[in-house]
Design a protein around this ligand. Structure first.
Ligand code: FES
Length: 150
């Protein structure tokens, strides 16, 4: 099975081609794109968030079969030109991460938000950012999104 990931069509290895396999495992185990993290495995935490056809999805509950012909973007493809995405710069400026485990999913959710809403309010951010962070970085996530939106 072929998958379009981060702008390139790639052939998935046999072990990662079952249409029922969660996209998360095809990315991590099939393509070694390990920036996308496994947290809960049931669509609750958001650590595995990637973009599918421009929309944020939880890749642990997205079957490969639902991805055919649709572009997938992972954290590795967020800044394809080589310079950091505005959100990544804001994340650094606001020193958002603590342990960092959930942050790639946070960034992908935030990037999807800014792609559809360049001036999100606090309520917009709260509604879009349902990802969980055990370190409690939520205030800094909100500040970084606002900074990147300027
Ligand atoms: Fe997918 Fe938690 S690992 S939502």
């Amino acid at each position: 099975m072929d998958l379009k990931v981060n702008g390139q069509v790639v052939a998935l290895p046999e072990i990662a081609s079952d249409p029922a396999m969660p996209l998360l495992w095809a990315l991590r185990d099939g393509l070694q794109l390990t920036g996308t993290k496994f947290g809960c495995g049931v669509g609750a935490c958001g650590a595995c968030t990637v973009h599918l056809d421009g929309q944020p999805v939880r890749s642990c509950v997205t079957p490969l079969g639902a991805c055919a012909g649709k572009p997938v973007t992972t954290i590795e493809g967020l800044a394809p030109a080589g310079s950091p995405h505005a959100l990544q710069l804001a994340w650094l400026a606001e020193q958002v991460p603590q342990c960092g485990y959930c942050q790639s999913g946070m960034l992908m959710a935030a990037a999807a938000l800014l792609a559809r809403n360049r001036r999100p309010t606090d309520a917009d951010i709260d509604a879009a950012m349902t990802n969980l962070c055990r370190c409690g970085t939520y205030p800094r996530v909100r500040a970084a999104i606002k900074q990147a939106a300027q």
